[in-house]
Design a binder for this molecule. Structure first.
Ligand SMILES: [Zn+2]
Length: 103
């Protein structure tokens, strides 16, 4: 099951641990690092900041280009993976929708 599937199933009862594990461990969603790994694109660089690989953990925790969006949704510009585990999946979905990675 991909992160995008998790994003599209926001109304189902998915635990914070489940969604965090999928997002942070697999990165199986339509982000560039994954598309690069499956050879859909050549460049895994983050399309928002162009400073790091575009992964779910980068987008959720420390991409500087979307720091204000992250602050508005989660109350902090920078998160660590442990912070993400405590965020309700619906909040993560709302964030993903705003930054354009919601499936
Ligand atoms: Zn970035």
């Amino acid at each position: 099951m991909t992160a995008i599937v998790y994003f599209t199933n926001c109304d189902s009862h998915v635990s914070n641990v489940d969604i965090t594990e999928k997002l942070m461990a697999t990165d199986h969603c339509h982000l560039k690092r994954h598309l690069h790994m499956i050879r859909v694109i050549d460049d895994p660089e983050c399309g928002w900041c162009m400073e790091d690989e575009e992964t779910a953990s980068h987008i959720l925790t420390d991409c500087p280009a979307i720091a204000r969006v992250r602050e508005r949704h989660f109350g902090s510009c920078v998160l660590n993976p442990e912070d993400v585990k405590s965020i309700h999946p619906r909040k993560i979905c709302a964030f993903a929708r705003e930054v354009g990675i919601h499936g």
